[in-house]
Design a protein around this ligand. Structure first.
Ligand SMILES: Nc1ncnc2c1ncn2[C@@H]1O[C@H](COP(=O)(O)OP(=O)(O)OP(=O)(O)O)[C@@H](O)[C@H]1O
Length: 225
């Protein structure tokens, strides 16, 4: 579904990611862990197209067989809009739209019927709150709106950066269960960056990012948060 081929990124000549290669499959929920500053968010931003990889002659990011580097801005935007869902702080719920309008946005942008927006709000436990505005709901509820919006158009690839970062353990667990259920229901591939071992344990596969690259790990400390 998503292939990284010798993906590298430097900032001002300082390498952050060097020659990363990995194949992410459809239907897989994967977490990426690793030390602070190792480049996890950078990796997610590169996959999301919010940042550009170093040029190395290869096509370093290939989605469904399509090299991202071969697309012009419009084509890349269309692909992102149709095929990806984001749960990033930077893509926060828009304050002037109701919860229903927020969740319907990806459907509208893709020219799809909007009925599924209400179904998704229901699925995330917010039925009856459709016409509330973001300032009227809690942080955990906001995160559920962000998940509903990220999944409403059935994207093939879901990218999540610390989706349970500021939440209490029970809310975090409920949100991850929901995310897991929706990913399995839609057959999407989801990549979640997290520092939380509890969050990582909910995923099919844990990848550790270090200076030597990505590697699968099963080492999870059951006592750590
Ligand atoms: N736009 C940028 N310009 C310059 N350096 C950057 C930029 N974005 C990230 N970096 C650097 O790249 C490195 C990796 O940052 P990144 O945010 O990807 O790490 P991370 O693994 O997500 O860290 P954390 O777990 O603390 O969030 C850091 O040294 C950071 O300073």
């Amino acid at each position: 579904m998503l292939e990284l081929r010798q993906l590298s990124k430097s900032y001002n000549g300082r390498p952050v990611l060097a020659n990363l290669s990995w194949h992410f499959k459809a239907g897989e929920f994967v977490s990426i862990m690793g030390d602070s500053g190792v480049g996890k968010s950078t990796l997610l931003n590169l996959i999301a197209g919010l940042d550009t990889p170093d040029a190395n002659g290869e096509a370093p990011i290939v989605i469904d067989g399509i090299p991202m580097s071969g697309l012009d801005d419009d084509a890349a935007t269309r692909l992102r809009r149709a095929r990806m869902g984001f749960i990033f702080q930077a893509f926060h719920v828009l304050p002037h739209l109701t919860l229903l309008q927020n969740v319907a946005l990806p459907l509208l942008l893709n020219g799809l019927p909007t009925a599924r927006a209400a179904e998704m709000l229901d699925a995330v436990g917010l039925a009856g709150r459709e016409h509330d505005f973001p300032h009227q709901i809690s942080g955990g509820q906001m995160q559920r709106v962000a998940i509903a919006r990220a999944l409403v158009h059935r994207p093939a690839l879901v990218l999540a950066d610390e989706p349970t970062g500021n939440l209490d353990p029970d809310t975090a667990d409920a949100i991850l269960t929901l995310l897991q259920r929706e990913i399995k229901a839609t057959g999407a591939c989801a990549i979640m960056v997290t520092h939380s071992q509890l969050a990582a344990k909910k995923t099919d596969k844990i990848l550790l990012l270090s200076q030597t690259g990505l590697q699968e790990t099963t080492i999870v400390n059951p006592f750590a948060q």
